[in-house]
Ligand binder design. Structure first.
Ligand code: TXA
Ligand code: MG
Length: 347
């Protein structure tokens, strides 16, 4: 199959809509990462998403919805996406506030699934993951078509794509069309929030963290504990978002120096901000490849460039190994960035 990349103008969006109506899958930009989209209620289209990604069928998909006015739990139930009556009563007000304040945007809610949602979308779970993306191209496409099931547009276990060329290098020959909407603004996948033991529970950190979500919901949000025996979200698997090269993590600049001394060969470095002159000298001496994610350690900028930087170091003129600098542990973006880098480094 020939994979076309088209700038996402209205004609290209119409072409994507035609593919989707014909049970095909297309890659689309969102504000978080690129998604591989198909008709959420069409099992043939959903099966193609799993096949193109080589994704195991135990890993459920997010259903992307139109940003209609009046989004609410009742509206989701009326669209036959969720069973609102199965949501614990004391959590409803908090969820309504999150729907009102975070949608459209980088928040996915995992709620009791309506039987109309195909089993394959939810991997047979009694819940369904829902998100209203903010990106104008994603919105234009969904509003012309139907709810779209869309995982990140990478092969399973690999780094999520944040620009159209990255999708191409992951899925070329497997899908007919990539809509190019430029680089994704946020650069990390959405925060995934579910219900565990009758509590709101963050299953995957993203730009929205525990304290911000707690404040917006006006109701406590707790962090999911990963149970080794039970996968709540494969985004919770220990190894995920993995580059091909060995990746080591540095908590500090002295950690970078230690790792450089411990490992022979040409290093590749992903740093949070500009490095001091002596360290730069040593790196030049080792012919290191450098990718500075933000001049001044701005974490929104770091997140925006993170996956593209990791992908670039991993693929072009690859060094012998990679070192990535971790942000200091903190709530919100720092937590999400640490989470993605720790998964990328886990073997
Ligand atoms: O930002 C995003 O969320 C991107 C864009 C394309 O929207 N999508 C994305 O999809 O990251 P994916 O499939 O790569 O990650 C979805 C995560 C997975 O960790 C999956 O296991 C979890 O959401 N998930 C989906 N449905 C679930 C469910 N019913 N219960 C628990 N976790 C679920
Ligand atoms: Mg993914």
């Amino acid at each position: 199959m020939n994979t076309q990349i088209l700038a996402a103008d209205s004609q290209a969006i119409q072409q994507a809509a035609a593919y989707l109506r014909a049970s095909e899958v297309v890659a689309i930009p969102t504000e978080t990462v690129y998604g591989l989209a198909g008709h959420a209620f069409d099992p043939a289209a959903v099966a193609k998403i799993f096949a193109a990604k080589e994704r195991p069928q135990f890993d459920p998909l997010i259903v992307h919805l139109a940003a209609e006015p009046g989004l609410s739990l009742a509206a989701l139930a009326a669209q036959r996406l969720i069973c609102a009556e199965q949501i614990p009563q004391h959590l409803k007000a908090g969820l309504e506030r999150l729907i009102q304040t975070c949608w459209p945007g980088p928040l996915t809610l995992v709620l009791p699934r309506h039987p109309r949602v195909p089993d394959l979308v939810s991997a047979g779970l009694p819940t369904v993951a829902l998100r209203v993306p903010q990106h104008p191209v994603a919105q234009a496409l969904i509003s012309q078509t139907f709810p779209l099931a869309a995982p990140s547009a990478n092969r399973f276990g690999r780094i999520s794509p944040t620009h159209a060329q990255a999708v191409y290098s992951e899925l070329q020959g497997r899908i007919p069309l990539i809509l190019d909407g430029g680089p994704c603004e946020i650069g990390l996948e959405s925060s995934v929030l579910g219900i565990e033991d009758e509590q709101l529970c963050l299953l995957r950190p993203g730009r929205l963290g525990i304290s911000e979500l707690t404040e917006l919901a006006q109701s406590p949000v707790i962090l999911a504990q990963s149970h080794p025996a039970e996968i709540k979200a494969p985004g919770m698997l220990k190894s995920h978002y993995a580059p091909r090269l060995p990746l080591f993590l540095a908590e500090s600049r002295s950690d970078i120096q230690r790792l450089l001394a411990e490992h022979a060969g040409r290093p590749g470095l992903l740093t949070l901000s500009t490095l001091p002159a002596e360290l730069m000298q040593e790196l030049q001496h080792r012919q290191a490849r450098l990718c500075c994610l933000s001049a001044d350690g701005n974490l929104a900028e770091v997140a925006h460039h993170l996956f593209a930087g990791l992908r670039q170091l991993d693929q072009e003129d690859p060094p012998a190994f990679l070192i990535a600098e971790l942000p200091a542990p903190a709530e919100g973006l720092a937590h999400a960035i640490r989470n993605r880098l720790q998964k990328a480094a886990a073997r």
